[in-house]
Design a protein around this ligand. Structure first.
Ligand SMILES: [Zn+2]
Length: 124
């Protein structure tokens, strides 16, 4: 083994310190281990990808669970603190859009919905 500080040969393999300059060998090794790729937590500013949006927009087409999952995801994106701003604003806009569409649909087709509900409750 060679001392990292003074370069002299250390004869005792169990030595913790260099006999010549007193450098702690264990510490040197430890520092080199620490030097390994440090994971710098870089802020990931993920953009809302087209495919992700497409997937989310397709969710309501899945019977029963799709609509619920769709709303849950949108509500999570809209109000969770850890979600990036781009996704958050997208989710809020989509929720607003969905709400407006639903309300307008209810108003315009209220009687139609009522008729369907009556028919379905009769069938079920
Ligand atoms: Zn040394």
């Amino acid at each position: 083994m060679q001392c990292a500080m003074c370069g002299r040969e250390i004869t005792n393999p169990d030595a913790n310190y260099c006999d010549y300059c007193g450098t702690a060998i264990g510490t040197m090794t430890y520092r080199e281990e620490v030097k390994e790729p440090q994971k710098v937590s870089e802020p990931k500013e993920e953009r809302v990808s087209t495919w992700l949006l497409f997937g989310v927009m397709c969710l309501p087409m899945i019977p029963l669970v799709g609509g619920i999952a769709y709303l849950v995801i949108l509500f999570y994106w809209a109000f969770a603190a850890s979600v990036e701003d781009s996704r958050k604003s997208f989710a809020r806009a989509t929720l607003l859009y969905t709400a407006v569409t639903l309300v307008l649909g209810m108003i315009l087709l209220g009687s139609f919905f009522a008729l369907i509900m009556n028919t379905m409750s009769g069938v079920l």
